[in-house]
Design a protein around this ligand. Sequence first.
Ligand code: ADP
Length: 306
Amino acid sequence: MSRRFLSIGECMVELSQAGDGLLRKGFAGDTFNTAWYARACLGPDWSVDYFTALGDDAMSDEMVAFIDKAGIGTSLIRRIRGKTPGLYMINLKNGERSFSYWRDSSAARSLAADPDSLREAVESADLVYFSGITLAILPQEDAATLLAEIRRAKAAGKLVVFDPNIRPRLWSSYDIMHATISEGARSSVLIMPSFDDEAAHFGDDSIEATVHRYRALGAVHIVVKNGADGVRLNFAGEESFVPAEKVEQVVDTTSAGDSFNGAFLAHYLETADATAAARFAAGVAARVVSEHGALVAKEKLGLDCG
Ligand code: ADP
């Protein structure tokens, strides 16, 4: 029987510079990127579905077609009349990238506004993936609705995975950000934070401090990513370390953490070996940072992922 990997969050329209003042259109967003890499690495026994809300405009239709073409299920996506997707633009100035966002009124902000469709989606899944960005874009009462479903999923024995992906600009206050991200972690089984975010926004002075903080909240497994310095795993209390792969030339680190998460989860679901999964994911992430863009095609990942 087929099993389901469900990722919950916001996918946006991406505009990047294509030279001569032209813009190239793409689609990306943290939880979608992770679904993309999970799909690329999982075998046919698993379906990968994306849960979000979109509008009824042509751009929403195009995004659904794009997600579908990537082999990711779209049947759970809510469509809301009169709404549109969020959008962001990558600006380049003297080789430095910066981002502008238009997402304040995106359809995805309503993804938890219909509790029945949310419950149906979560109940249908074996693995549920979400992030701090998923929580940050929701009105507070909808974030509470989502977290209640996440807790039900954890209680039902599903693998609930959370990447805190801390983005202060998306939150109305530091207190709400700290409380909601901590609640996200408390409601989950496996936490996949990036150490630089945790150090900057939770004041952790070491990777061990990050592991202890999430463990104290009730996480069972923790994988702390630390860029080129590798990852520290604590799986059911057992510690291990996996180095990053050497990369000749880092081209674009967009989606490094998202791709690591997707590849890690795919390998872990197939083998139940967290350390081997981290080694595999380090290989995928190394290829992703060697290429432009958030979504690197499966063929370019050059991996036999089943
Ligand atoms: P995030 O993008 O969430 O901040 P990290 O920067 O920790 O996440 O990167 C995630 C993973 O991507 C790392 O664990 C590592 O495997 C890989 N990675 C990131 N930067 C590099 C790099 N410069 N060289 C090799 N691998 C890297």
